[in-house]
Design a protein around this ligand. Sequence first.
Ligand code: CP
Ligand code: NVA
Length: 299
Amino acid sequence: MPRNFLRILDVDNDTAAALVARAIEMKKAAFRGATFAGKHAVLIFEKASTRTRLSFEVAVHQLGGQTIFMTPHESQLGRSEPLRDTARVISRYADCIVVRTFGQEKVEELVRYADVPVVNALTDSYHPCQVLCDVMTMTERTPDLSGVKVAWIGDGNNMANSWISAAARFPFALTLACPEGYDPDAAVLAEARAQGARVDLVRDPYEAADGAHYVNTDVWASMGQEAEQKEREAAFAGFIVDDELLARAAAGVKVMHCLPAHRGEEITDAVMEGPASIVFDQAENRLHIQKAILEWVMA
Ligand code: CP
Ligand code: NVA
C-alpha cells in the first residue's frame, strides 16, 4: 500500500511533528536528495496555482526527479475520462501523483485506483500541505507551540478545516471567527476536538484576534466560488485583517496568508506590506515542506 498525504488528520502526531522538523532541517541544509532519482511525479491540477505547482515541481527536481504537469484542458480528463482510469494509467508510468481538485472524494478515488502515493495539493475541503507549511513557519519562530494562540479570520474553508486538523496534531490553541453561514466543516471540527484540538469558534473577529500570536486569513471566495463573490463580500464585511484588528493581538503578532491575497478585501495592503507580515516566508516554506512530504510518501 503506498503512503498518501490527503489530510493532516490522517497522519499521527509524531509523523506531523517529524515532517515539520524535517522541512526545517532541509531548509537549513538547502537539501538536495535522490528520493526521486530516475522517477517522475505527475501533477494533476484542475484549479489554478502559482505556489503549489512551482514548489512541488522544484521540490521534485531538488529530490532528483522529473515532473509532468497536467490539467483537464489538454488531457483526456477534460473530455470526461474518469479519474479512476487516469490513476491506473499514471501508475504504469510514474511514481507519485500530486493532485489539486474540487471534491475530497476525487482524491480518495485516485487513492483507491492508484498504485503510487497521492498527495493532496488542495481540495474544496482541505489544503494540508499549505497548513503543514504554516505550522513550520510558526515553529521556526516559536519552537514551543503550546503557549501559542492562532486566530483565523474569515471563511470556514479548506484552509480553516486544515488549521482545525493541525490543532489536533500540534499544541497551539486556535480561535476562528467566521460569519454565520460560513462555518468550517462540523465533522472536521468534531473529529479534531475528539483528538484533543483546542478550537473555539466565534463570530467576532476582534474576539478571535484578542491576544493572538499569529493572525491568519484567506480569500472570501475560494476557487470554484467565484459566482458567490458579491454575496460573500456582503457577508464578510468587517472580517478584514487591518491595523485596528492587529492592535487587539499580542505584541509582536505575525500575520499569515496562504496567498493569493485580495488586498482591500480580507487584508489591507498596509498589513500585507507591514512588519507583522510573514507571508513570503510562508510562501518560501512551501518548497521545504513539499520536500519533506514527498520524501515521506516515497519512503
Ligand atoms: N497558497 C497556495 O496554494 O497558492 P497557489 O494557489 O498559488 O498554489
Ligand atoms: N481557500 C483558497 C486557497 C487558495 C490557496 C482557495 O481554495 O481558493
